[in-house]
Design a protein around this ligand. Structure first.
Ligand code: GDD
Ligand code: MG
Length: 335
């Protein structure tokens, strides 16, 4: 199997964490999301991956090179200008100048998921359409693309981000697809186009067969602070098969990387991740938070539902709640 992973978004909702780091490289319980994704894909039989990036391409090159260390043939392509989710697929798929024959897996790169892509691939081959969309049920579909399908499992409508009260179903696009070459050929080259707003509606209008692949795998978008914390919590609490935090478990749901120092008079509440080299002072309370590497929490500070980037410092007696702190930024709310 070969896969294109869409990793072009600017990660604006995770700022300042994503000021210097592309969103897919943020650590989930100590391991970058993209590393977790690439490992999972390799274990499921993917051998060739193209990362379709828009900015900070050098960060991906530096970390993954040609992918050999992960058992993959990895290429990183940077779009000359933002091409949208469809334009990026077209651009990445024509890397060698020509579209390859056979199907291609396409994945959003901002989710932690246990989706079985081999099963999605098999479903696509049995269904025999131009494309297959992995779908799942949610309570509130307004932040997603809604996928309506008939009794035969064929998609009949695609509705991106429906306004409240207008969603046609609770089944959503979970951001994983298989495309035949003929579907990718319908995307115009070198112009901005989206799978969700352009390609799918166009294929449906043309009467093409798009299959839906229903699944109930864990899927968590990490693009907001709440989503990021939820993905970390799930891994820290051992709820995601195959995904382990980095480091050792110092108490149930509390993990610490190498060289972490925790004062005996500090209180930690799970799920919490303390990245390598982090120092926690006396009287500190850390609840449900994710600390990257070499973070310093000075005495009597309270950190709750927060994320602290590598090298950040929380000053003495500071109260930090529901916030992400970048390396350069200091917490502002004093206790
Ligand atoms: N290369 C490239 N170029 N990648 C892009 C571009 C682009 O112009 N635009 C977005 N991406 C990448 C993002 O980095 C992300 O991994 C993926 O495409 C989806 O974009 P998001 O901006 O995260 O979309 P969303 O979360 O609002 O909605 C999408 O995902 C939902 C599932 O989480 C849609 O596909 C929805 O239909 C879907 O339900
Ligand atoms: Mg997203």
């Amino acid at each position: 199997m070969r896969a294109i992973i869409l990793v072009g978004g600017l990660g604006t909702r995770l700022r300042p964490l994503t000021d210097n780091l592309p969103k897919p490289l943020v650590p989930i319980a100590g391991v970058p999301l993209m590393t977790r994704t690439l490992r999972r894909l390799q274990a499921q039989g993917v051998r060739e991956v193209v990362l379709a990036v828009q900015y900070l391409a050098a960060a991906f090159h530096k970390r993954y090179g040609d992918g050999a260390a992960l058992g993959l043939r990895l290429r990183i392509v940077e779009e000359p200008q933002p091409l949208g989710t469809a334009g990026a697929v077209r651009y990445a798929a024509t890397l060698a100048g020509e579209l390859s024959d056979g199907p291609t897996l396409v994945l959003n790169g901002d989710e932690l998921t246990t989706l079985d892509v081999a099963a999605l691939w098999r479903h696509h081959q049995t269904a025999g359409g131009l494309a297959t969309i992995a779908v799942r049920q949610v309570v509130d579909p307004t932040a997603f693309g809604v996928v309506v399908s008939d009794a035969a499992g064929r998609v009949t409508a695609f509705q991106e981000k429906p306004a409240a009260g207008t969603a046609l179903a609770n089944t959503i696009n979970s951001g994983a697809y298989v495309f035949e070459r003929a579907a990718i050929e319908q995307i115009p080259a070198a112009t901005f186009a989206m799978l969700e707003r352009d390609l799918f509606p166009q294929l449906l209008a043309d009467g093409a067969i798009i299959a839906a692949y229903p699944h109930s795998a864990y899927s968590q978008d990490i693009g907001t602070l709440a989503g990021y914390l939820a993905a970390n919590a799930a891994v820290l609490l051992g709820q995601i098969p195959g995904e382990r935090p980095l480091g050792r478990e110092v108490a149930p749901g509390i993990w610490a990387g190498a060289g972490v120092q925790i004062d005996p008079a500090a209180t930690l509440v799970a799920p919490t991740m303390l990245g390598a080299g982090t120092q926690v002072g006396p009287g500190v309370l850390i609840e449900r938070s994710v600390l990257w590497e070499r973070v310093t929490i000075e005495s009597d500070a309270t950190v709750r539902d927060a994320v602290l980037a590598t090298g950040s410092r929380v000053a003495r007696a500071t109260l930090l709640v529901d916030q992400a702190v970048g390396s350069q930024q200091n917490p502002t709310i004093e206790a």
